[in-house]
Design a protein around this ligand. Structure first.
Ligand SMILES: [Zn+2]
Length: 392
């Protein structure tokens, strides 16, 4: 057999093996159970499963999709989860074999594993746990940094990955703010979270669009500091802020320039949203329910103060994880593919009479996979059609 066939097979076996663990993570994590102990048991007869029961795909097929001990049929989902991830990792192995190297494949495998578990949990529960989105982003960024791996679309240094990360988070949080504004019929938001909430995201986006990313974040940081000491902190109403935002692009030629203005908007919003996400993740972990009651009094009038997951916008954090690997250019392919696939599937489900809310996370994950495999040729073709030179 040729080397390419071996790479495909090895990738498939690795993916299916990882998936049997990721399926367990997706099952236990939302219930707050340990992913390490206890060992897997049969749901029907409670027998602790032996290595022979746990060979991915093979055990399921060899025992006819039934528990070897009590013969009760196993959920077909077990098999589906393993086969799909086998195909995904096989495709990433082949892509890395042709276009990159083993180090890139290691980063992609870690990244895809986190993304896959997150997508399954989002399908099941419509939630994206911070430990996967934020923790997975930190882990993937660390491994990519240690191995010196940049974005997979148009390449580039590791630093370009971080631009992809904040652009992706920024574009989703801006869609969220502007969409929310339209849904509230342009009323201001009630969010007054301290010390960091949507006020700081809005400020970083707005100031970033006028002054560039660094200055925008500095202004937002200053606002958060003033908030800490001054309860009646200065803030701009959200409708006014987003109504005047386009002015930033009009005056950009006499200011920081259009490119820096767009970067300031996206990177400002994305960085502020991620700093807020990490802060609230950390705070929720370190503030138990009993601790919360002690602190509840000063903020009792604040409608958002008792919100447990203050910036629980899972898609923003999932976008960060994706942008890190696909990079600032690739992110637009991911977003386009995700919106297209999500709309088609959502429409089809509605026509079949479904009323269930469709989560966006799995479509983002699908778009991200597609972007790794074909994002660069797709972008090159599109830029060629527009007669724009692709980035070097
Ligand atoms: Zn059993």
């Amino acid at each position: 057999m040729s080397l390419a066939v071996w790479v495909t097979l090895a990738g498939f076996v690795l993916g299916a093996t990882l998936a049997s663990f990721l399926g367990l993570v997706a099952d236990r994590l939302p219930k707050g159970r340990s992913v390490v102990a206890p060992r897997s048991r049969c749901d029907a007869c409670d027998t602790t499963l032996q290595p022979l029961d746990l060979i991915p795909i093979v055990s399921f097929l060899a025992f006819g999709g039934r528990c070897r001990h009590c013969r009760v049929p196993l959920p077909a989902r077990l098999l589906v989860v393993e086969v799909i991830f086998g195909v995904i990792v096989a495709s990433l192995a082949v892509w890395s074999f042709v276009h990159a190297d083993a180090a890139t494949f290691a980063v992609l495998t870690l990244w895809a594993s986190v993304l896959y578990a997150a997508a399954i949990i989002d399908l099941d529960t419509l939630e994206l746990p911070d430990v996967l989105t934020l923790g997975g982003t930190a882990a993937t960024a660390t491994l990519a940094g240690a191995l010196g791996i940049g974005p997979v679309v148009f390449g580039g240094p590791w630093l370009a990955s971080l631009t992809g990360m904040v652009w992706a988070a920024g574009s989703i949080v801006l869609v969220n703010r502007i969409g929310g504004l339209a849904l509230r019929r342009f009323r201001d938001t009630n969010d007054r979270l301290r010390p960091i909430g949507f006020d700081e995201v809005n400020t970083a986006a707005f100031a970033g669009a006028f002054l560039g990313a660094v200055a925008g974040l500095a202004v937002a940081g200053l606002q958060a500091l003033i908030k800490r000491v001054h309860p009646a902190h200065p803030r701009l109403p959200e409708p006014l802020l987003y109504a005047t935002l386009p002015v930033a692009f009009l005056v950009a030629p006499i200011g920081v320039g259009l490119q820096a203005s767009v970067h300031g908007l996206l990177a400002g919003a994305g960085t502020a949203a991620l700093v807020g996400g990490v802060y609230w993740w950390w705070r929720d972990r370190h503030t138990g329910p009993e601790h919360d009651q002690d602190n509840a009094t000063p903020d009792a009038q604040d409608p958002a103060a008792d919100e447990p997951v203050a910036m629980g916008f899972g898609d923003v954090k999932l976008a960060a994880l994706i942008g890190l690997i696909v990079g600032p250019s690739g992110w637009w392919v991911t977003l386009f593919a995700a919106v297209l696939a999500g709309s088609v599937v959502g429409l089809a489900l509605r026509m079949m009479g479904g009323t269930r809310l469709v989560p966006f996370g799995p479509f983002l994950a699908f778009g991200a996979w597609l972007t790794v495999l074909a994002g660069e040729p797709l972008l090159r073709a599109y830029l060629g059609w527009l007669q724009i030179a692709p980035p070097a």
